[in-house]
Design a protein around this ligand. Structure first.
Ligand SMILES: C[S@@+](CC[C@H](N)C(=O)[O-])C[C@H]1O[C@@H](n2cnc3c(N)ncnc32)[C@H](O)[C@@H]1O
Length: 275
């Protein structure tokens, strides 16, 4: 799997994956991802007056949280639908279209940069983190999250449903130069990109969601699982959904919600005072 990946293939796949998925993401997986916003902004030392850049802002959850802290917020995303949604959800932020690893900002423009579940979506994460370093002033901060590489991820319920329905997951392009999806792996990535004082840690929590809301992500074509589900013929989608319904029913609590285990990685660093 992934042996034939050529330059640009991973990023091209990502552009297609997020195209048109903004509303479905906002209505499904965005709540899960938003759970790390506070820890992320804290690690980046975002306070009132901090000039912060939120890259891959999606529907603007982190941007809105930074605004609530009194920060000056600029947010970018590669998907035009996300840019529109973030502008609506984070009024007061300057939101524009931009695609990592190239940002349309001068050197030293920000006090901090944050990326919530974005570095795992770029073909050259080191180049992306170097670009964030370029636009953050000396002494400024970076903080990023990605998912842990564990099999028991928030998406595992969908994986079980695919297995039960007999659907094989298509191969996804791999990174030309990958890194370990561990706290140490993400910390090392920041260091390789030139960030000082790099630290990494795990964030574990339980996300609680209504099964139909959780299913609306794949059904709406969000992320890799969404591409897999919406790429199937209608009869196969119905088979996956019926397996999902059965598996979700086994897990549903008295309040009608399911527990979704989430394990993320958070790494942060500082730009040295001198270049
Ligand atoms: C999992 S979503 C996270 C969105 C948001 N940060 C949040 O916490 O909900 C990933 C986002 O990164 C964006 N993205 C992916 N690759 C990107 C790139 N190379 N440059 C900028 N944004 C990118 C996608 O369009 C999507 O909005």
């Amino acid at each position: 799997m992934g042996e034939q990946t050529t330059a640009g293939e991973f990023d091209g796949h990502e552009r297609r994956m997020w195209a048109g998925a903004a509303d479905a993401y906002a209505g499904s997986f965005a709540a899960l991802c938003g759970a790390t916003a506070g820890a992320l902004l804290d690690a980046a030392e975002v306070r009132a007056g901090t000039r912060v850049l939120d890259v891959g802002t999606g529907p603007g959850t982190v941007a809105a949280a930074a605004l609530a802290l009194g920060a000056e917020v600029v947010a970018v995303d590669a998907e035009p639908g996300m840019v529109a949604l973030a502008a609506a959800n984070a009024p007061g932020a300057q939101v524009r279209h931009a695609v990592l690893p190239a940002l349309p900002f001068p050197d030293d423009a920000f006090d901090a940069a944050v990326a919530n579940f974005v570095v795992n979506h770029v073909e050259d994460p080191r180049a992306a983190l170097r670009e964030l370093r370029r636009v953050v002033r000396p002494g400024g901060r970076v903080a990023v999250t990605i998912w842990h590489g564990t099999e028991n991820s928030a998406m595992s319920l969908f994986g079980l449903a695919l297995d039960e329905a007999g659907v094989r997951r298509p191969a996804r392009p791999t990174l030309p130069v990958d890194f370990a999806r561990t706290a140490e792996g993400l910390r090392g990535l920041l260091e390789q990109a030139g960030w000082a004082e790099a630290v990494g840690r795990e964030l574990a929590w339980t996300h609680r969601e209504h099964p139909e809301v959780w299913w609306s992500g794949p059904a709406g074509g969000v992320a890799g699982i969404g591409m897999t589900v919406t790429g199937q013929p209608p009869a196969t989608v119905a088979r996956i959904k019926s397996a999902y319904d059965r598996l979700a029913a086994e897990r549903v609590a008295g309040d009608g919600l399911i527990d979704i285990p989430a394990l993320a990685l958070l790494a942060s660093g500082r730009r040295q005072e001198t270049r």
